[in-house]
Design a protein around this ligand. Structure first.
Ligand code: GLU
Length: 326
């Protein structure tokens, strides 16, 4: 049961934040995946889901778009759940890196990708899932992400094909990973799984619920389904905190102070541990490839509600307790 309480302090903050940034027009829609260029640039949706099952939304919070890199933490959590930390850590590190998301590189010390939030790390995770699940890998991934969202996430065939036709950098990364012994599977198959993972369709509302599932230690607050285990959630939130915003990650950690992940489809998920998930949809990206209004909206809400992980006031807890459960 969902309570949509726009009159609560949280509801008012979400609506005010949405209208504050709705007219901002900086940045531009990603075009390196040709099908993404078709997205109307000025759509803007905001949603917050609480661990008690409350939900507030503003703007185009139900407009579908492709999840892209916001899928990475959830695929990582699935791999951790299936294989355990040691097996996953053997193929991908947890080290922040100040390079672009699609850098074709490995950590020179370990010959493994730096972390699972950059493409090399996410493709290494796809390799693990491909080896563990074979033909059923995409179905398992789709089912687990859908369980986290409490909704069936469908594949956007157009965006999938568009990326599959043009994604040579990611193909190069997959071949590099096999050459380095990160996985033994066919790199073409592994990168295909990654492309399909990125082309799952979500809304800002779905991302808020997925974030709330991580915030609620892996239990979806709307469906009550146990989706991820505690250890997987803890490691996932840790890498989201340190590596979620690519080369903008340090700035994000200081300004917003929340584990989060952005995607070039315009999505952002942010997590307030034990309290809520925040989902944003805003297709115009800044120079780091992050949704510009996503960053601004999360920053404003973090500031106003005292959500920063190191905020001394912890106002967020008090305000959130005022939101009636669904
Ligand atoms: N599918 C995209 C790529 O690999 C994801 C990038 C992103 O969302 O940051 O290029």
């Amino acid at each position: 049961m969902i309570s949509t309480d726009a009159a609560s302090p949280l509801g008012k903050a979400v609506l005010a934040t949405h209208s504050r940034y709705a007219t901002r027009r900086e940045g531009s829609v990603a075009t390196y995946i040709p099908a993404l260029a078709a997205m109307p640039p000025d759509l803007f949706g905001l949603a917050v889901a609480t661990c008690e099952g409350g939900l507030v939304e503003a703007g185009e919070s139900r407009h579908p778009f492709t999840i892209q890199s916001v899928s990475k933490p959830f695929a990582y959590a699935l791999a951790l759940d299936l294989l355990g930390r040691d097996a996953v850590r053997a193929v991908v590190g947890v080290q922040p890196v100040g390079d672009p998301f699609n850098a074709i590189e490995l950590d020179p010390r370990t010959r493994r990708p730096f972390n699972p939030m950059v493409n090399a790390g996410a493709i290494a995770v796809a390799g693990l899932l491909q080896e563990a699940l074979g033909e059923g890998a995409f179905a398992a991934l789709q089912a687990r992400l859908s369980a986290a969202a409490g909704a069936e996430l469908a594949l956007d065939e157009t965006v999938y094909r568009s990326e599959a036709e043009t994604g040579d950098r990611n193909r190069a990364i997959a071949y590099l990973l096999r050459a380095a012994g990160v996985f033994q599977s066919d790199p073409a198959q592994v990168v295909d799984l990654y492309f399909r993972q990125c082309a799952l369709r979500v809304t800002a509302r779905d991302l808020a619920v997925m974030g709330a599932t991580l915030a609620a230690i892996g239990s979806n607050p709307l469906t009550r389904q146990e989706v991820f285990g505690l250890e997987a959630v803890r490691d996932t939130l840790s890498v989201m905190f340190t590596c979620g915003f690519y080369d903008g990650a340090g700035d994000w950690a200081c300004r917003v102070g929340l584990p989060a992940k952005s995607g070039v489809g315009g999505g952002v998920v942010a997590v307030v541990n034990r309290q809520l998930g925040l989902g944003v949809f805003s297709p115009r990206l800044d120079e780091n490839g992050n949704p510009l209004r996503g960053l601004l909206a999360c920053e404003a809400l973090s500031e106003e509600l005292g959500l920063h992980a190191f905020d001394a006031t912890n106002v967020g807890s008090r305000l959130l307790r005022a939101l009636p459960p669904g």
